[in-house]
Ligand binder design. Structure first.
Ligand code: ATP
Ligand code: MG
Length: 230
């Protein structure tokens, strides 16, 4: 007997085994394949799912923010699969009164980076929520949470200075900012406080690092939430 005669039998046996495995898993081998006509999900689509509903369409149009996006996108290194990764670089401190669009610009910047093809892992946290999250409680490891945020390639730290100040909040903020400062990890920080009041709210060591690591973006104008809609 030759190999040529054996081959069809071998293929038939394999097909039979495959059918038995599929049947065992409740899959009909004769059924139509899954429709994939919608095409692959883009990084922007995946990331968009994590952007809060309010800022899903946020568009960063402030010239300093768009310049920062360009700088980070240019510096982004290729990732393992050839796509572009996150760069080291400057951070932004978006300051201004309530409702002037600080958070909008921050999420808009993330959307622009994703749209530019920059593959980045990012996290966003509101500072009062951060302190609540890191408060010691049973069954929760705050150190792990802090490490994730400290090392994340891109972080939105929203509403810095909005929580009641204490030695404990100062130490946490210091550890978070110091790590990002040391590693030169891009961070989008927003605050309602005037720049010269920030030092009193976050402590001198955090303020000193922010002075070096951030470019200041001052937003002005009325509270957009209170603007009559056209
Ligand atoms: N450039 C913009 N174009 C359109 N809508 C905007 C723009 N900037 C902000 N908005 C809208 O204005 C409202 C307030 O914006 P946002 O929440 O970013 O303000 P904020 O400065 O972060 O306020 P707060 O200091 O209270 O956190 C939101 O509804 C937001 O979607
Ligand atoms: Mg905000």
């Amino acid at each position: 007997m030759t190999t040529a005669l054996r081959e069809p039998q071998r293929v038939g046996a394999l097909a039979g085994r495959l059918e038995a495995i599929l049947a065992g898993r409740g899959i009909d081998p004769a059924a139509d394949p899954i429709d994939v006509s919608d095409g692959p999900v883009t990084a922007l689509e995946l990331a968009a799912a994590r952007i809060p509903a309010r800022y899903q369409r946020a568009f960063a149009d402030h010239p300093q923010v768009t310049a920062w996006v360009d700088e980070i996108a240019r510096a982004a290194r290729p990732g393992p699969s050839g796509t572009r990764g996150i760069a080291l670089g400057p951070s932004l401190l978006l300051a201004g009164p309530t409702g002037t669009g600080k958070t909008h610009q921050a999420y808009g910047a993330v959307r622009s980076l994703l749209g530019a093809g920059v593959r980045l892992r990012w996290e966003a946290v509101n500072t009062p929520d951060l302190y609540a999250r890191l408060r010691p409680r049973q069954g929760h490891d705050p150190e792990r949470d802090l490490a994730t945020l400290s090392r994340c390639p891109l972080l939105i730290l929203d509403d810095l200075g909005a929580a009641k100040h204490s030695e404990w909040t100062e130490e946490l903020t210091y550890r978070l900012i110091d790590r990002r400062y040391t590693e030169r990890l891009p961070t989008l920080i927003t605050t309602n406080l005037p720049i010269d009041a920030l030092r009193g709210a976050v402590g001198d060591r955090v303020a000193s690092r922010l002075a070096e690591m951030t470019q200041r973006v001052i937003l002005t104008g009325p509270d957009r939430r209170r603007q009559p809609t056209a």
